[in-house]
Design a protein around this ligand. Structure first.
Ligand code: TRP
Length: 494
């Protein structure tokens, strides 16, 4: 058993959980997903998803960690030894995300340096694709490793490790800065964005709801996945963080606060991005829906455009990319924390060794994204890990807690010290709403992904970057759960 650690003071748990939730998911992923799925059409579904599944599942994860005082594998094992694998699977899915997440941080680190002389110039799109990524024309033309990105990747990993060197105690302090400063900068961007010519067209595209789209399962699937991604649900992170909570903590209040702060940040980042897209559309004389590619490159094309138009552009650029990095670092280290909490708890290894191990594997896996085809691989892995991996974890967690444990027990345990009491409807949502809805969405999109490979990539690519890793994660989690349980059996007699 690892030693039980607790948060220094209440504020630090909330801040650390907000820190984990708010990250590139809000400022980088949310705008491109919203753009890809048609702006206003997406926002509506996104908001509905936040309330009907995001917040209830976030509460469930907090409840699991808090009630069992355990990281994800440990907490799920307490439900039944047959569920422990799911905890490991969650951590592995999280690792899948972090493997490319830190690469995006590496891009941001490069842009931080470029800000010093606004190296991206006027054509920010061509700069990103040609100069920064040296993007090849197909997913199998890997080309060579881009050294600048590799360097960024390594620097970011080292930074992540240093931030958590001493455990949750240091985390508590780091996040005071990483959570508050970024908001100020985003607000400056919004003000500049909406005062650009053409901005209103962009905002119209972002905010006009399209009710017909509510019937599109693909949109719901993308919205659910984005909610999981952005709230850090389905990675075992929130379970681990809640396990460090002192007794008598107010879970419901915290969950609401975290979810709303997160959604608000994404929404504000969206305003900045879409206003700028409107401006760009106005300049090139095309409709907003056609001016950009709705993929992982969007942020790195659009934010530099806003920066170019600001007074004191260089300073703004430096501040913005510093902000992006500080937002991202606490999300990334929350996952490293969650993995090392799981491994130390179940295998008794030393925390620092686990952390260094994660970093090394992270850098090695990350190499593929630093090549000229890196953006394509990132796109594929992101799609599968979020749409299939996270999604399944969130779904199965609800089934495990709802059908193999007592949601009532969890609810009573949280309600004891919460100002806002959870009603029985929470149990219904977890037990009867989430599973059928998610299974339906999952089946719809699996069918689609099987019929025609995601994004028009060759089948072999979606197999290597998508199906295969998910399959391996399942096998590895089952093996890890087995080994941990053997160790329990041999280690001590109850
Ligand atoms: N929630 C984070 C964000 O919005 C992203 C995130 C979720 C994440 N889970 C993660 C990052 C696991 C790294 C590892 O940016």
């Amino acid at each position: 058993m690892g030693k039980v650690e607790t948060w220094p003071g209440r504020g630090s748990f909330v801040l650390a959980a907000i820190g984990s939730a708010i990250g590139l998911g809000n400022v980088w992923r949310f705008p491109f997903i919203a753009y890809k799925y048609g702006g206003g059409a997406f926002i509506l579904v996104y908001l509905v998803s936040l309330f009907i599944i995001g917040i209830p599942i976030l509460i469930l994860e907090f409840a699991l960690g808090y009630h069992f005082k355990s990281s994800a594998p440990g907490a799920l094992r307490r439900i039944s030894s047959r569920w422990e694998w799911l905890g490991w699977f969650a951590l592995l899915a999280g690792f899948g995300v972090v493997s490319y997440y830190v690469v995006v941080m590496g891009w941001a680190a490069n842009y931080f340096v470029y800000s010093a002389n606004l190296a991206w110039g006027e054509n920010t799109e061509s700069f990103f694709f040609n100069k920064v990524l040296n993007l090849s024309d197909s997913i199998f033309s890997i080309g060579s490793i881009r050294l600048n990105i590799l360097l960024g990747l390594i620097v970011c990993w080292v930074w992540i490790l240093l931030s958590i060197w001493k455990g949750p105690l240091t985390v508590g302090r780091v996040v005071y800065v990483t959570v508050t400063v970024p908001w100020l900068i985003l607000i400056v961007f919004v003000i500049r964005g909406v005062t650009l010519p053409g901005a209103m067209e962009g905002l119209k595209y972002y905010l006009t709801p399209n009710f017909a789209q509510l019937r599109n399962p693909e949109l719901w699937h993308a919205a659910f996945s984005q909610i999981f991604f952005t709230l850090t649900i389905g990675f075992g992170v929130m379970i681990a963080y809640a396990a460090f909570l002192p007794p008598k903590s107010d879970i419901v209040n915290n969950a609401l606060l975290i979810a709303l702060a997160d959604a608000l940040t994404a929404f504000i980042a969206g305003i900045a991005v879409f206003a700028t897209l409107g401006y760009h559309a106005y300049m090139v004389g095309k409709p907003v829906s056609e001016v950009a590619k709705g993929g992982p490159s969007l942020a790195f094309v659009v934010y530099p455009m806003i920066i170019n138009s600001l007074p004191g552009a260089r300073l703004c650029g430096l501040l913005f990319f510093a902000m992006l990095l500080t937002l991202a670092v606490d999300s990334a280290f929350s996952l490293v924390e969650a993995i090392s909490a799981g491994v130390t708890e179940r295998f008794g290894w030393r925390r620092w060794k686990v952390n260094v191990g994660i970093m090394i594997v992270g850098i090695l896996v990350g190499l593929i994204y630093t090549t000229s085809a890196g953006l394509y691989w990132l796109d594929v892995v992101d799609h599968f890990v979020t749409h299939l991996g996270l999604f399944s974890v969130a779904l199965l967690q609800c089934i495990a807690a709802g059908y193999f444990y007592s949601l009532r027990t969890l609810r009573v345990s949280i309600n004891e010290y919460s100002d806002i009491k959870l009603g029985k409807s929470w149990e219904y949502i977890i037990k009867y709403l989430v599973p059928p809805v998610s299974i339906f969405l999952l089946v719809c999109s699996l069918r689609k992904d099987i019929i025609s490979p995601y994004g028009g990539y060759p089948r072999l690519a979606t197999f290597l970057g998508g199906w295969l890793p998910i399959f391996l994660f399942v096998i590895i989690s089952i093996v890890l759960a087995r080994i941990a349980q053997k160790r329990d059996a041999g280690g001590f007699t109850p």
